[in-house]
Design a protein around this ligand. Structure first.
Ligand code: AMP
Length: 380
């Protein structure tokens, strides 16, 4: 099988690595340059998009912000999986909110803002504090504002107005602030036959809005809730492939924060911690193959490497540690790679994470240090 991935970043790269044993070959569209490239080397394959579409068996996406004209061309070929509408739902917070309402899935109360009147109405209807998010183009906490007090209204509005004026049918989704206790996510796969295979929930910690640490957790009651919400959302989208849902946990209840119609950063732990990783399962689903087991094989955490391109080699001497670099040029805060850390049980995983933290700079890995500093009984 030959699969074209829309987007040529680390997710296409990891799909390529996972697809090779199944003889699934990946080409990737660099959306910025329009070039079809090899997902590992980024070398141009000297092929036009139309030719690539004709040559491959399946087209899929590694991110949701794909220009709509490209999605339409791909959809016309009959090869795009998941569908253009599912991909668009992840790329426009208005569509996403509509979907969640239609699927009857709990989420933070919201209003859509297109004008100053809408802005004032959102404040009086939802109350403060509010989280304001651009409907288009926002991810990893970008394109977001917090409005906590009345005296911020007139300083925040010009920024909102500027964002609205950027055109391209932009809008703002105003959301009630959720005083959540934890952020968790579920990653799962839905096959062409409607069968679903779900991974254990991951508990997530963010640094400046960017995922920093994910750990697979075993909490049956939350898992059940997350699985029911996943099934309702995936069915509403008639989804095929890997889908991720991010949640806020509040008093044992899950509210959906965001959906990602693709393989997801909070599922990278599955490369070492699950029977079949998310990248392989996505390819199996879109290629019409049977889904692989999503069972946890070992308790596992994933540490994101943000803005760093060198790590001490000693990390590789720690049993259960695997480094995955993305081959990207260093930039402040950029996702450069991740470390998966696995162990035989949850206690020894915590001890191993403490050993890893001892080798890493606190300024570069604050979430890991924060997490391991709470594990004082392990003598960190
Ligand atoms: P998002 O891009 O929507 O995932 O938002 C980035 C981060 O902002 C989330 O991981 C949360 O930590 C925080 N956040 C987003 N929406 C809300 C909300 N309605 N209430 C509280 N925190 C939020």
């Amino acid at each position: 099988m030959h699969v074209l991935v829309l987007g040529s970043g680390q997710l296409a790269r990891m799909m390529s690595l996972a697809g090779a044993p199944l003889n699934i070959r990946i080409s990737a569209l660099d959306v910025d340059t329009g070039n079809i490239v090899h997902p590992l080397t980024q070398q141009s394959l000297k092929c036009e998009l139309e030719d690539a579409i004709a040559q491959v068996d399946v087209i899929t996406a590694e991110f949701e912000h794909i220009p709509h004209d490209i999605l339409e061309i791909c959809e016309k070929s009959g090869k795009l999986i998941p569908s253009a509408s599912a991909i668009k739902a992840g790329g426009d917070r208005r569509v996403e909110k509509n979907l969640l309402e239609k699927a009857n899935v709990p989420n933070a109360q919201h209003c859509i803002i297109e004008t100053r009147e809408d802005f004032d109405r959102a404040i009086s209807h939802l109350g403060l504090p509010l989280v304001l998010k651009s409907a288009l183009g926002g991810y990893d906490g970008k394109g977001q504002w917090r409005l906590t007090k009345d005296d911020q209204i007139e300083t925040v509005w010009p920024e909102i107005a500027q964002c609205l004026a950027s055109g391209n049918h932009q809008a703002i989704v105003a959301e009630q602030f959720v005083s959540f206790e934890r952020e968790v996510s579920i990653v799962g796969t839905r096959g062409k036959d409607g069968n679903i295979a779900l991974y254990p929930l991951a508990e997530n910690t963010h640094t400046h809005g960017v995922l920093a640490l994910s750990t697979a957790i075993d909490e049956p009651l939350l898992q059940q809730q997350a699985e029911a919400i996943f099934a309702a959302t995936a069915k509403e989208l008639d989804y095929v492939g890997v889908l991720a849902l991010e949640f806020f946990e509040l008093d044992g209840t899950l509210l959906v924060n965001e959906i990602a119609p693709r393989v997801h950063n909070s599922g990278h732990w599955t490369q070492q911690g699950a029977e079949t990783c998310q990248f392989e399962n996505h390819l199996r689903a879109v290629c019409g193959l049977p889904l692989g087991s999503t069972s946890l094989t070992r308790p596992t955490s994933m540490i994101n490497i943000l803005g760093e391109d060198v790590l001490p080699n000693e990390i590789l001497t720690i049993e259960g540690c695997h480094i995955h670099w993305y081959g990207k040029e260093k930039r402040a805060g950029r996702k450069m790679g991740h470390i998966n850390v696995s162990s035989d049980d949850n206690n020894s995983l915590k001890q191993t994470l403490s050993r890893v933290a001892n080798l890493l700079d606190i300024d570069a890995f604050p979430a890991l240090h924060q997490y391991t500093s709470t594990l004082s009984e392990y003598g960190n």
